[in-house]
Design a protein around this ligand. Structure first.
Ligand code: DAU
Length: 299
C-alpha cells in the first residue's frame, strides 16, 4: 500500500547524497535495482499499523515476512557489509510488570506483530545460515513530526485541531513507552555503526504513559475540553503494556535525549503548523475509515 508522501522528502530532494527509487520490497527486480552497489541496508519498509492488520492481515504477511525474504536474498547476492532490520517491541507481546530482555521469548498478539516476528526471525536465519551480517532493533512506540495520522498521537492531535472527538480504546489504561523519532534515529545509526552482527537491540526511552494521560496531555496543549474524549470498544487482542530493557543499547553508548513533555509539545506544534500535510492524507483512505467506524463505533 502506498501511504508515503513525497512531501516528506522535500528537504533532501536536491541533495546529491540521496537517490529516491520508488519500488516494492516484494519485487526482486525493484530490490535489486535499489540495492545495487550498497554497503549497508537498513530496512524500515513495513506495514506498521495494528488496526489495519486486524482489518486485512494478508498484506502484512506479504510485506513484513515475504518482503524481508526478498531483501535478504538480494543482500546475500550483493554481499552487503551490514543489514539492519528494524523490528518492534510488539514481538514480545504484553508484560504486566518488569521489562523484556532481548533473550525473552516472542509472543506476538496481532497479525502485524506476528508478521514482524516472522520477518526478524527470517532475517536472523540469514545470519546463522549464510553469514549475512544482520542486526535487529526492537523499538518502542515512535512519535514526532511526519507520523501518519492513523497512530494515536497524530490521529488525536489532528482530530482535536478539527474539534472532533478522540476514540480511546477500552479504559485507556494501556501503557506505551514513547520514543521521540530523533532518538530512535540516533539509536539505529549507532547499531548500524557499532552493533555486533547477529545481535538484537531493544530501543525504548522509558517514557511509560497511560494512553489516557497522553490524550489529556494533547488536549491540554491544544486548549481543548475533556468532553472530546470518547471511550469506544477495545481493540481486539489489545496488548496492555509494552516495556523493554535497554541496558544492551545503552552499553553501546546510546541514551534518549528528549523528555516526553517537550517531545509531545514539539510534535503537537508541528501538526498545528502543517495542516496542509495531514489534511491531504486524512481525506483519503475511505475504505479503512469506514472499517474503523464500524469496528469501534466511532461514527
Ligand atoms: O510498540 C511499537 C509499535 O507501536 C510499532 O511497532 C507499531 O508500528 C506502531 O503502530 C505502534 O503500535 P501501537 O498499536 O502501540 O500504536 P497506536 O498508535 O496504534 O496505538 C497506541 C495505543 O493507543 C494503543 O494502546 C492503542 C491506543 N489507541 C490507538 C488509536 C489509533 C486508541 O486508544 N485509540 C486510537 O484511535
Amino acid at each position: 500500500m502506498n501511504r508515503i508522501t513525497l512531501e516528506n522528502l522535500r528537504d533532501i530532494e536536491n541533495d546529491p547524497r540521496y537517490t529516491f527509487i520508488k519500488g516494492d520490497i516484494r519485487s526482486p527486480e525493484d530490490v535489486a535495482k535499489a540495492m545495487k552497489g550498497c554497503d549497508s541496508v537498513v530496512n524500515f519498509a513495513a506495514e506498521t499499523h495494528v488496526d489495519r492488520s486486524i482489518h486485512e492481515g494478508g498484506v502484512f504477511v506479504d510485506t513484513d515476512v515475504h518482503g524481508v525474504f526478498v531483501l535478504c536474498e538480494e543482500a546475500r547476492r550483493q554481499n552487503v557489509s551490514r543489514f539492519l532490520h528494524i523490528s518492534t517491541d510488539e514481538v514480545y507481546g504484553s508484560i504486566a510488570e518488569g521489562h523484556f530482555k532481548e533473550t525473552d521469548r516472542l509472543n506476538p498478539s496481532s497479525p502485524y506483530s506476528a508478521s514482524k516476528a516472522g520477518g526478524e526471525l527470517l532475517a536472523r536465519s540469514y545470519f546463522v545460515t549464510y553469514g549475512l551480517p544482520v542486526l535487529v532493533t526492537r523499538s518502542s512506540n515512535n512519535y514526532g513530526p511526519y507520523q501518519y495520522p492513523e497512530k494515536l498521537i497524530p490521529l488525536f492531535t489532528t482530530n482535536l485541531i478539527e474539534n472532533k472527538p478522540v476514540p480511546v480504546y477500552g479504559d485507556g489504561r494501556q501503557v506505551r513507552d514513547w520514543l521521540y523519532v530523533e532518538d530512535q534515529c540516533e539509536a539505529l545509526d549507532l547499531v548500524l555503526q557499532k552493533g555486533t552482527v547477529g545481535e538484537i537491540y531493544n530501543v525504548g526511552a522509558g517514557n511509560e504513559e497511560f494512553n489516557l494521560d497522553v490524550t489529556k496531555g494533547i488536549l491540554k496543549l491544544l486548549g481543548k475540553r475533556e468532553e472530546l474524549i470518547t471511550y469506544v470498544k477495545d481493540r481486539p487482542g489489545h496488548d496492555r503494556r509494552y516495556a523493554v530493557d535497554t541496558a544492551k543499547i545503552r552499553a553501546l553508548g546510546w541514551k534518549p535525549r528528549h523528555d516526553f513533555a517537550a517531545g509531545l509539545k514539539k510534535t503537537v506544534d508541528w501538526y498545528v503548523q502543517h495542516e496542509d500535510w495531514w489534511r491531504a492524507i486524512k481525506q483519503k483512505q475511505a475504505d479503512y475509515k469506514a472499517w474503523i467506524e464500524k469496528q469501534y463505533g466511532t461514527k
